[in-house]
Design a protein around this ligand. Structure first.
Ligand SMILES: *[C@@H]1O[C@H](CO)[C@@H](O)[C@H](O)[C@H]1NC(C)=O
Ligand SMILES: *[C@@H]1O[C@H](CO)[C@@H](O)[C@H](O)[C@H]1NC(C)=O
Ligand SMILES: *[C@@H]1O[C@H](CO)[C@@H](O)[C@H](O)[C@H]1NC(C)=O
Ligand SMILES: *[C@@H]1O[C@H](CO)[C@@H](O)[C@H](O)[C@H]1NC(C)=O
Ligand SMILES: *[C@@H]1O[C@H](CO)[C@@H](O)[C@H](O)[C@H]1NC(C)=O
Ligand SMILES: *[C@@H]1O[C@H](CO)[C@@H](O)[C@H](O)[C@H]1NC(C)=O
Ligand SMILES: *[C@@H]1O[C@H](CO)[C@@H](O)[C@H](O)[C@H]1NC(C)=O
Length: 920
């Protein structure tokens, strides 16, 4: 059963399925099963046991969860046994012989890798003569399990998806029962056979075949002879044949054909499908290049599609063709396909039952709406080049719209007030356009279903939100990068469930209203880059905030001494005018991961009690007015990976205890989750039509799951590196103490910061020599010791630092020959100048004592050099972050939105749960 779209709320409520009219079954079998489960499953099989203990009429297993019995009046017996999700690592098949009437065995998702039968051997399943359905998906069986399965000769349905089968398809050693109707081998590592007779040729009754996510390179031989095959999923393989001849070889009765994510190249003609009269679902995309549509004759295809997915087609304006003859479509996804010209409104006009149209990432330039009222629910034309205003009557045309994504186009003008008629609108993304003007009153007061509203990066203005606003369901609101002004309006209070509020980069002014502490659901507050002022808004302490970003405003005064943010993770106060001391309480907050207070006038740090379990990973205090010693207590913040104390007037020595801080030695929990996702995963869109299949087709993950995270990713990644440190800190480690008044020697212990990537101690009064121990910092990419009073030689061992991309020791009192070998070869003269007694390449001063020493640079030059270096170092630093940022972004997108293996696996894991337990 494949529902097209399901909700992915993880709802594990157990329902004891009533088992009417159960009778005593074979005692022996039950007791065995019971003790077997007892011995194996009690620690992990809680789900099973819960309902069991509920209803433990000893022996009457028909009352058990996961067991179904046949009709009592016929002398009932166990016919259906589910032993899934119990983490049974090995299965003794002998046990099953106590259930001779078994028709269905669901042994999915157990992570099992060992099948055995000490009594009956490979032949054991042969004795279960009534066994029709065997679900072994989601285990770790390799080909050694196949001989057991070959004995199950009465099977109709065999599911071996997500196992570790290797070799060719069909797997050697697997003898299929000729009665097989459904075969699922998805997510294994099966490859193509050379042409020739194969097992599969015998399967005259096969109706459904899922070979998705394997490594096939050509179509399995004999497929075209399977005249009853109606479902075929070959997505996620490496098929690279000539598409036209490939399609020609497809079996004739196909209804569902997925060729997504293969290596097809070259051209494709829909005419080649025209004889597949029953085709209703068609999906095609290529991973390796664009597919060219072939010019088509006026042949009228014999099929009427309900669902069409095409990616990576270079369509241009040729979307016409076969599509003109379709009028039953429910779902269209033609994205990443270079579609040009006007939005094809005729598709909507022709297909009045259409519910979803996704034309994102094309080259459309105009949006003309159909001249009818249409029941469309999901509409995505994001990332095109549409240069229009939004048609005034859009709310009349699409009154049932639930998801609307027009982001990243060139829409201008105002948001039409007719949008107030979209009472079902759940999610609206209009970000990155040129919209201007006020938000229409009808919109703000009538779209009460709206949960996610993103209007970032437009030129919208007015108040956020005036009192008439009534968006009661709103959970996410992103209005950043607009011209909203005035102070916040009380209309926001109507959105009682608001979790995330982002009004960064607007012109909101004044102090934060007191009533903000009544927004009790608020967890993420971004207000960066406005004209807010006043003292630190104490009322925020009454909220359960995880992120506070009020950076780049004009807040002033000192922080309240007893700030209390028990669950705060990020505190961003940089670029304000705060003074005084950084309160103790912040260092006691155990969940805080990021403190950014750069560019303020803080002058003191109270560090009485540092949280034992501090999670602080990023502490940025650059450019404040500290004049103290660096407090040794700081070293107790042992998780810190990025510490920036530069451009202050810290004095005294560098505490040697810095070596106790992590700077990457401690790996961060990978469970630092992107919480906002939680909210989003609740949104999904159900279609009224679904393709019915015994195979759990990928469609199950539907729109809600695959699409919405893209928005989250965008939400989370659009910011600059600062905003990203929260995550970067897992990859990027650095210590910046530059431009202070630190004196004394560089502590030898610095050599224990083994994972540090950037070290900047420049522009201080450091003396002594460069410790050899720096050569132990194997990951060091940037080392700046310039503008100090260091003397002695440059330790030759520094040549071992293979990752060094920036190196500067200029303007010290270093002497001797530059150890010009290894990686040190790559740095220019400016890395070394201003050291009167340094000689050898790349300086032009010979180490031959006979040559005349050159005068060192003037003060003026030194000043310039200093600035230059600083810039370079920071550029390098940020660049590194940028690289990490990109990686992170990619990783994230890959995880969350791209159709990646990971996401499939994840959803795959979720899916069985949903199917097993949310079934009502
Ligand atoms: C497997 O089950 C059979 C029948 O219940 C039993 O006799 C045998 O001892 C079991 N073997 C193992 C290794 O558990
Ligand atoms: C297959 O799995 C069995 C049981 O776990 C194991 O003993 C065997 O080594 C595996 N064979 C291969 C080729 O991985
Ligand atoms: C497949 O069908 C073709 C045409 O009907 C026939 O010639 C061929 O022998 C069949 N192949 C097998 C392996 O049955
Ligand atoms: C693909 O196959 C079709 C039909 O068999 C043929 O006309 C076309 O030339 C082939 N294209 C390539 C690139 O081989
Ligand atoms: C479709 O069937 C007609 C009539 O049998 C045949 O002439 C034509 O070649 C077939 N087209 C394709 C693409 O198989
Ligand atoms: C679909 O629209 C096109 C363009 O308006 C028209 O030519 C065609 O006849 C329509 N098809 C159907 C099935 O209504
Ligand atoms: C707010 O959230 C709660 C809990 O999730 C929910 O029960 C309630 O219906 C929501 N309120 C609105 C107006 O959406």
């Amino acid at each position: 059963m494949a529902l097209l779209f399901i909700t992915i709320t993880m709802n594990f409520q157990l329902q004891t399925k009533g088992c009417v009219g159960c009778v005593e079954t074979e005692r022996m079998g039950l007791l065995q099963l019971k003790s077997y489960l007892n011995s194996l499953l009690i620690p992990k099989g809680e789900i099973f046991l819960k309902s069991w203990s509920h209803d433990d009429r000893s022996g009457d297993c028909c009352h058990w969860e996961r067991v179904k019995c046949s009709d009592a009046s016929l002398g009932g017996n166990i016919v259906h046994l589910s032993l899934n999700l119990l983490q049974i690592q090995s299965l003794n098949l002998s046990l099953l012989h106590s259930f001779p009437q078994l028709e269905t065995l669901d042994f999915s998702s157990n992570w099992c890798n060992h099948l055995f039968d000490p009594i009956h051997g490979y032949k054991s399943l042969e004795r279960l003569e009534k066994l029709r359905t065997l679900d072994f998906s989601g285990n770790r069986f390799n080909n050694s399990a196949l001989p057991f399965l070959s004995a199950a000769m009465s099977l109709r349905t065999l599911n071996l998806g997500s196992n570790e089968l290797k070799g060719v398809f069909p797997p050697n050693g697997l003898v299929f029962p000729s009665s097989l109707q459904v075969l699922n081998l998805r997510r294994n590592q099966l490859s193509s056979t050379p042409k020739g007779y194969s097992e599969i040729c015998r399967l005259k009754y096969l109706q459904e075949l899922d070979l998705g996510s394997n490594v096939l390179t050509s179509m399995p031989y004999c497929l075209s002879n399977l005249t009853r095959l109606r479902t075929l999923d070959l997505s996620g393989n490496q098929l690279n044949e000539n598409l036209s001849s490939f399609v020609f070889g497809l079996p004739p009765a196909l209804e569902y054909l997925s060729l997504l994510d293969n290596n097809f190249n070259g051209s494709f003609s829909f005419n080649s499908l025209s004889n597949h009269t029953r085709l209703t679902v068609f999906k095609l995309s290529s991973k390796v290049g664009m597919i060219q549509p072939q010019s088509e004759t006026s042949l009228v295809p014999l099929f009427q599609l309900k669902m069409l997915t095409l990616h990576n087609f270079s369509l241009g304006n040729t979307i016409h063709g076969f599509l003109v003859h379709q009028h039953d479509l429910i779902f269209i996804d033609i994205s990443y396909s270079q579609l040009t010209g006007a939005f094809p409104a005729w598709v909507l006009q022709n297909n009045t039952r259409l519910q979803t149209i996704l034309l994102n990432n094309n080259l459309l330039t105009e949006l003309q709406l159909p001249k009818i009222v249409h029941g469309l629910q999901v509409f995505d034309i994001s990332s095109n080049r549409i240069h229009d205003s939004i048609q005034e009557d859009i709310g009349l045309v699409f009154p049932k719209l639930r998801y609307m994504n027009f982001s990243s186009n060139y829409f201008h003008g105002t948001l039409p007030s007719s949008m107030g008629m979209m009472k079902s609108l759940l999610m609206l993304d209009m970000s990155f356009n040129g919209l201007s003007g006020l938000l229409p009153k009808t919109f703000l007061s009538s779209c009460y279903s709206l949960k996610f509203l993103k209007l970032s990066n437009n030129q919208l203005k007015g108040e956020i939100f005036p009192e008439y606003a009534d968006l009661t369901s709103l959970a996410w609101l992103a209005l950043d990068g607009n011209n909203f002004s005035e102070s916040l309006g009380e209309g926001l209070l109507k959105s009682k469930n608001l979790t995330l509020l982002d009004i960064s980069d607007n012109n909101v002014s004044g102090s934060l209203p007191l009533w903000i502490d009544r927004m009790s659901s608020l967890e993420y507050l971004y207000m960066r880059g406005n004209q807010l002022n006043g003292h630190f808004p104490r009322q925020l302490q009454n909220l359960k905030l995880k992120v506070i970003d009020i950076s780049h405003n004009s807040f002033f005064g000192s922080l309240p001494r007893n700030v209390e943010f028990p669950i705060l993770r990020e505190l961003r106060l940089q670029n304000n005018e705060f003074i005084g001391s950084i309160p103790d309480a912040l260092f006691e907050a155990e969940l805080l991961e990021v403190i950014d207070m750069r560019n303020n006038n803080f002058s003191d740090m109270v560090l009485n009690n540092v949280a034992k379990a501090s999670n602080l990973g990023v502490l940025l205090l650059r450019s404040n007015s500290f004049e103290t010693h660096i407090p040794e207590k700081l070293c107790q913040l042992s998780d810190v990976g990025i510490l920036d104390l530069s451009q202050n007037r810290f004095k005294g020595v560098i505490p040697s205890c810095f070596s106790e801080m992590s700077f990457g030695a401690k790996k961060y929990d990978s469970n630092m989750s992107f919480d906002p996702v939680e909210g989003f995963s609740q949104v999904s869109f159900s279609q009224s039509w679904s393709y019915t299949s015994a195979i759990n087709l990928d469609d199950d993950f539907g729109y809600g799951a695959q699409r919405t995270p893209a928005i989250i990713v965008d939400f989370l990644t659009k910011r600059r590196y600062e905003a990203y440190q929260g995550d970067i800190l897992r990859y990027m480690y650095g210590l910046d103490l530059s431009s202070n008044q630190l004196s004394g020697e560089i502590p030898v212990e610095i050599g224990s910061l083994q994972n540090i990537v950037s070290l900047n101690l420049s522009s201080n009064y450091l003396t002594g020599s460069i410790p050899d121990s720096i050569s132990k910092l194997k990951d060091l990419g940037s080392l700046d010791l310039s503008n100090n009073k260091l003397d002695g030689n440059i330790p030759p061992v520094l040549a071992d630092l293979n990752n060094l991309g920036f190196f500067n020791v200029s303007y010290n009192n270093l002497s001797g020959e530059i150890p010009i070998k290894g990686h040190l070869l790559t740095f220019p003269e400016r890395s070394y100048i201003g050291n009167a007694h340094l000689c050898g390449l790349p300086t032009n001063k010979s180490c031959n004592p006979a040559s005349v020493p050159e005068p060192s640079g003037s003060k003026q030059a030194k000043e310039e050099e200093e600035e230059g270096d600083d810039v370079i170092d920071m550029v390098w630093f940020y660049w590194t972050c940028g690289a990490v940022y990109i990686t992170t972004t990619l990783a994230l997108s890959a995880i969350l939105c791209v159709d990646s293996r990971w996401s499939r696996e994840w959803f795959y894991q979720v899916d069985p749960l949903v199917r097993s337990f949310a079934r009502k």
